[in-house]
Each structure stands twice: as C-alpha cells, then as structure tokens.
Ligand binder design. Sequence first.
Ligand code: SF4
Length: 489
Amino acid sequence: MTKSGTKTDTPKPVKIRCDACPVMCYVAEGRTGACDRYANENGRIIRCDPLTILDRQLQKGGEVNPFLKSDWDGKVLEGGEMYISAIGSGTTYPDYKPAPFIVSHNVEGADFVTVVTESIFSYCGVKVKIDTDRHLGHEGAVVRVDGEAIGHVMTSEYGSQMISLGGVTHLTGGSKAEGRVTCESLMDLCNKQAVKLDIDDGSSVIVQAGKAPVVDGIEEVRMRVGCGSAAIGMFASQWRGLVDEVVVIDDHITGVVSEHQAGKVLGWEDTGIKIKGRRSTPGRYFQVAEPGLGWGGTNIEDPLVILGPWNAKKGARPGLRLMMVSTTGEQYAYYVLNDDLVPEPREMPDNLIPSVQLIEENCEPSLCSVLFMCGAGGSLRSGATKNPVKLTRSVRALQTNVTCGGAEVYVWPGGGITFMVDVLKIPDNSFGYVPTPAIVAPLEFTVSLEDYLALGGHENSIRPLSDIIEHGGEYGSNARLVSYLSEDK
Ligand code: SF4
C-alpha cells in the first residue's frame, strides 16, 4: 500500500487456465494445479509427468528417464518394439478436440493407429480379490477407509474374499469427505500402494496389489488348498491305512473321509462319527461353525467342538485313530478314541506328517489382486472418432484393441466399453485424480489405419511416433521409455 492508502503497481503473477478437467484451475507461473498433474511453465500448461513409451527391448522393470532423443534409433519403431502409452499424455477433456496423441505406426508391414488419452472416470472402481480363508466380513458389509464408506464385501470366490470399492455412488453420491477418501483410496490401490480397509462388523485388512493381505495385524501366508471336500478328494488315498478317520475343517464345506464319496470308493470303513452341521451330501457338511479367523476360516480354535457323540453301532470303537486338519494344513491334531469313545489328543504319528505337509505345499501364496474397472463408452470416444458409437462397435467387433497403460484389458459384453484391467500389468503411478472427484486412467485404442479412417477418425491429427518424440504435443515434450510389464505384449 502507498502512504495515501492506494495499492502499489506491483504486477500480480499471471495465472493461466488449465482446461484439462472441469475444475479449470487458474495456475500461476511455476506452480501446479489442484491435481498436481499440470503446471504453468513459462506461460504454458504442461503435463508434469513424462509421456510414457513402452519398449519391448528394455529389460523388465527397466526405465530410461528422461528420454534422450539423441539415444533414439528410429529403426526400432519398424518392428513394433515401441508402443506409445497414454501415461503422461494429457487428456482430451472435454472431448471437443482430438485425443492428445493419435499415433501412426507400422507393425510387420501393416499400418496401425493408436489413439491415446488420459481419461477421467467418475464411473470407475476396483475389484479386490484377497486370497484368504478367513472371514473378513459378511456379504454386503460396508468397507471403510478413515471412517468413510468406500465399498462393500461381495460374494466370496474359491479360496478368496472379494471386495468392490469405489463407483459413482461413493465418488459423487455421498458427502464431500466420502468422495475424497474414495478417490484417494482408488488411486492408491491402482498405483500399487497399501490401503487399510475396515469392514463393518468384520476385520481390518491391509490390501496392496501383488502383496499378501494383512488381516487384523497378521500377514496371511497361504490360501487354502481347496474346500474340505476337495481336500478329501485330493488326499484320501494317501491317508488310507495310516488313520481311521480324517476331518478337513472348512468354513464352506467340511469333509469327512469315511462318509465322503472318495472315501467310499476307496473302501474306508464307517467310524460312527457325528458332525454338528448341516449335511449336504455324504461326507460334506455346511455350517459346522461360524465364520472367523480360526481353523479353516471358521471361528473355532478347538476342532472337537464340531463333533457329536461317537456311535458304536456305526463303527466307533476304542483305539480308533482320528486326524483333524484345516484346509491350509496350518492347524492339525491327532486323537485316539478311549474306552468311553471320547477322542484323546495324541502326538501326530510321523507317517501322517508328510500328508499334512502336502496340503501346505499345495496351497498357493496368499496375494491381493486389484482390478481397475471403468466405463470408457462415454464422451472420451470423441477424441478418437467423430462418430463415437462406431468406436464402440469396432471394439465389439475386435477391430479396435483397448489397452490401459499398455496392458490388455477385458471388455465386458453388452453395451458401452466397460473394461477391467490388472493394475500390476501397468507401470507404477500411472493413475491420477481430479478433485471433481474422479480417477484419471491411461487409455489406448489401437486399430488398423484403414479401419480408423472408416470409423471417422481424426485423420488430420495422425502423427508418426518419431514426430511425437521429436516435438511432443499440446502439454509438452517430456518423455520416458519403460519396459513392458504385461506378458501379453
Ligand atoms: S485439477 Fe488438474 S486437470 Fe483439473 S484443471 Fe486443475 S490442474 Fe487441470
């Protein structure tokens, strides 16, 4: 202020508008916008992360950053060794203009076009598969991060618990905090970071793509060999002659070898055993206990609690040998019936130990898998073609291949372009966000040049990769080379 109280003439820093999402930040020179992905550099909005070009010739995990243009030998492009991804490309938003890069390339003599864009998704989420027997929460239970609801428990799969996170309802349909936490959690999971999930009336589990889950503070080691019935089928012949009865305890189906079809075929004798639970078919029992963190994903610590009185008329006798084991082989016990037909614990005979070890050996390591899922059938298609539905039809007809950060995706049947992709096949930190809130994900459409033109593609925006490497695009010219993570490529 001057003495007279009027403002000085010090010029205000010039801010320019970023148009890459609906937030439309005004960004000062040398600063980044709200999402930290775009910056004002010398009066121009640039993308902060380099454009990522995938190179088959690099060793897995290899990276050249920054990309030295002088290092590049144009000949490698001829064999289709380099593939431009959308990571760091910028966006086509709000879809009134062609995608940031529409690249022509030649693969084994055929001309192709790849359209790349970083797409903004409100309709998106992740499906998480957690390899564990342990009960994490009831189907439909709400999953929270920092107290905010971000998803729910889905139906479990064979040996794994399934969780669905995100989606438009949590991103935009709840409170501001719910949307922000959902967006942050999705981005972290897609970028292969660990996120702690709290399940209502259930467990707390730390999930990270490609890593073992940590359930209530304990790292899970292995998933079950199969359900109790499957374990009986697999190992009944190996137990024959070594023990009189085997019970494989499992939250889903508990198996009893003497009654089971496999045991019967092999000639196992009746033992007069009684299982407390709902019998499905001979030797297969549902609901022997409540789900939990104990034996075989049940809540029991003492396996004998699932047994009723032994029946002498049906084969029970003093000296009868019983083994009880969980579906991962982590818990096991050995008993012999006394004169009152009550099981007494005994040390496991040496000759049975290998069969328990075999159960453990057949269990796969417990991992978390994170699949990003979104709908790419909206306006972003305009960045690829002037007639969006033609792109959808072309994807359906398998003329256009969709990839996400270079990784093959699974496109759902039916309308739209709804796809799923394993985040482990995508380079690290490929996902971003905008504060609307929504997730930003790389997306590439690859199609033959002939088909692209027939789709009504933006012909005048097609550029060779060499030109893109040389001159960059609307959002700058930073680039890096990284190796393919996906085996599919
Ligand atoms: S949030 Fe990011 S993408 Fe959106 S306008 Fe701001 S800087 Fe640009």
